[in-house]
Write a protein that binds this ligand. Structure first.
Ligand code: NAP
Ligand code: MG
Length: 398
């Protein structure tokens, strides 16, 4: 059989530990037999990041700006213990943080649904994708404890020294205060990423904040989204047959629970943090959650939402058997290959991505899966080890 051709390389970002082991197996067993794979390879494994003083991470992000589509393996974000374990020159920053800062993107997380694993919310039939604004608010706050009676004020001094001042509270006794911010530029990028992504997957976009209470702060988010939609995206949305819908967060929560899924839910930083954990848990497992970083200019970086599965890797190193779920990593590859196919007008590549996803889901739905899923599965599950699971999918592909 002739291999499927590619025209533009994918930016391939290799990673660490168990996911690095799966990465190679996925390529060897599921992709290379069918695709004449073209990638520009960047090794973001911790050893290489240390050797290159993390320049490799920056280069891989720049390559993503150039080519438009990347696929990333999970990577270690070093802590003190990792500095010792890998004898690092320094505690390098999170690669995802570095890449996100360069692409200026928003992360979209969506569950992979299979028959036999029912979401806790029974009417959810399609995935709900969460888009979390990953800048500012309470994550970059200034806060302190007020020791006793006194006046708390909020003050802004402009470049010419003019002050705008408002009283927060005349404290009668001890308490706490907090200052938060966001920027129009960051909110605008977030909104662009959300509109771009909704168009790319042809799903409705919901956005919710608490604008009735926060009449300036949250209202600014609402206005920026509304303005961009009216002036830049409305026509494209109508053409794609999708809608943009703003509602108060309380109302959104109620609607999400009653919905059947199948839309993107954009949220401010804190709301997105909390709601993404709730939605992910209700759908089943972190190993079945995909993640894509979308830049405001329409660059895409696909990955799994979970980490490098360290505990399994240490067992693997001891020669013990592992049963690590590769679904999210497979879907990172198929997401990236499909996007490359769409951008380069290669229907065979898109078709291959669809087939590989179907073979993966069919394998699980026929009862063959890794241990983590067997615990959630409603039927009779046959538990496979990491490699057997990939072999079972490869068998279906043939
Ligand atoms: P993790 O790798 O997500 O694993 C946590 C636990 O979740 C595992 O021990 C395992 O539970 C279960 N699990 C996660 N993915 C699984 C899979 N595919 N199949 C089966 N079980 C799975 O999180 P972590 O142990 O907190 O972090 C490990 C490393 O990953 C850290 O160095 C961290 O910096 C990094 N990390 C990277 C990313 C990223 O690159 N995007 C994200 C998060 C964390 P059991 O052991 O009970 O089976
Ligand atoms: Mg969280």
């Amino acid at each position: 059989m002739a291999l499927i051709k590619m025209t533009t390389p994918l930016v391939e970002m290799d990673g660490d530990e168990m996911t690095r082991v799966l990465w190679q197996m996925i390529k060897d067993k599921l992709i290379l037999p069918y695709v004449d794979l073209k990638t520009e390879y960047y090794d973001l494994g911790l050893k290489k990041r240390d050797e290159t003083d993390d320049a490799i991470t920056v280069e891989s992000a720049k390559a993503t700006l150039k080519y438009g589509v990347a696929v990333k393996c999970a990577t270690i974000t070093p802590n003190a213990q990792r500095v010792e374990e890998y004898n690092l020159k320094q505690m390098w920053k999170s690669p995802n943080g570095t890449i996100r800062a360069i692409l200026d993107g928003t992360v979209f997380r969506a569950p992979v649904l299979v028959k036999g694993i029912t979401p806790c919310v029974r009417n959810w039939k399609k995935p709900i994708t969460i888009a979390r604004h990953a800048y500012g608010d309470v994550y970059k706050n200034t806060e302190f404890a007020v020791p006793g009676a006194g006046k708390a004020e909020i003050c802004f001094t402009d470049e010419n020294g003019n002050e705008t001042r408002q009283t927060i509270l005349e404290f009668k006794d001890a308490g706490i205060i907090q200052g938060q911010h966001n920027t129009d530029a960051s909110i605008t990028s977030f909104a662009h990423s959300c509109f771009q992504y909704a168009l790319s997957v042809k799903q409705d976009l919901w956005f919710s904040t608490k604008d009735t209470i926060s009449k300036v702060y949250d209202h600014r988010f609402k206005d920026i989204f509304a303005d961009l939609y009216e002036n830049q995206y409305k026509e494209a949305f109508e053409k794609a047959g999708i809608t943009y819908f703003y509602t108060l967060i309380d109302d959104a929560v109620a609607r999400v629970i009653r919905s059947e899924g199948g839309f993107i839910w954009a949220l401010k930083n804190y709301d997105g943090d909390v709601m993404s954990d709730m939605v992910a848990t209700a759908f089943g497992s972190l190993a079945m959650m995909t993640s894509v970083l979308v830049s405001p200019n329409g660059q895409f970086e696909y990955e799994a939402a979970h980490g490098t599965v360290t505990r399994h890797y240490y067992r693997h190193l001891k020669g013990e058997e592992t049963s690590t779920n590769s679904v999210a990593t497979i879907f990172a590859w198929t997401g990236a290959l499909r996007k490359r196919g769409e951008l380069d007008n290669l229907p065979d590549l898109c078709d291959f991505a669809d087939k590989l996803e179907k073979a993966t889901l069919d394998t699980i739905e026929s009862g063959e899966m890794t241990k983590d899923l067997a615990l959630l599965y409603e039927g009779q599950a046959k538990v496979l080890n990491s490699e057997q699971f990939l072999d079972a999918i490869a068998g279906r592909m043939q």
